[in-house]
Write a protein that binds this ligand. Structure first.
Ligand code: FES
Length: 120
């Protein structure tokens, strides 16, 4: 098990290797958005890391963040809980004006992950 802390919510234990977006929603009980269903297309699943930012990322994450000109955040649909993490959920259904958070992300990272080092 790994510890997940979402700022403003109680720290929870999550299954090692679980997709972060699913852990935030299902284990921490936070209404994080995932408008594209966890496919690295929308960036609404973005989080800010307080501690434990992974030092690797998927090619899909790097590409969509670059395409949208977004920096300083990570995509929770492209991260697995393979160590303890502390994040801020900065993109939530509450206050978004959206009708729903988006389709449910699959258990495994989609598209199939190709890992690269995180740019520092
Ligand atoms: S990029 Fe759309 S849910 Fe992660």
């Amino acid at each position: 098990m790994r510890q997940l802390s979402v700022e403003g919510f109680p720290t929870v234990e999550v299954e090692a290797g679980k997709r972060l977006v699913r852990a935030i929603e299902q284990d921490a009980g936070v209404d994080i958005l995932h408008a594209c269903g966890g496919n690295a297309r929308c960036t609404t699943c973005r989080v800010e890391f307080v501690e434990g930012e992974p030092d690797r990322m998927t090619v899909a994450e790097r590409q969509v963040l670059a395409a949208k000109g977004v920096s300083g955040v990570r995509l929770s649909c492209q991260i697995v809980c393979d160590h303890d993490m502390s994040v801020r959920a900065i993109s939530r259904l509450t206050g978004s004006g959206r009708a729903d958070p988006g389709g449910p992300p699959a258990p495994d990272i989609t598209p199939p992950p190709e890992w690269i080092p995180k740019e520092s």
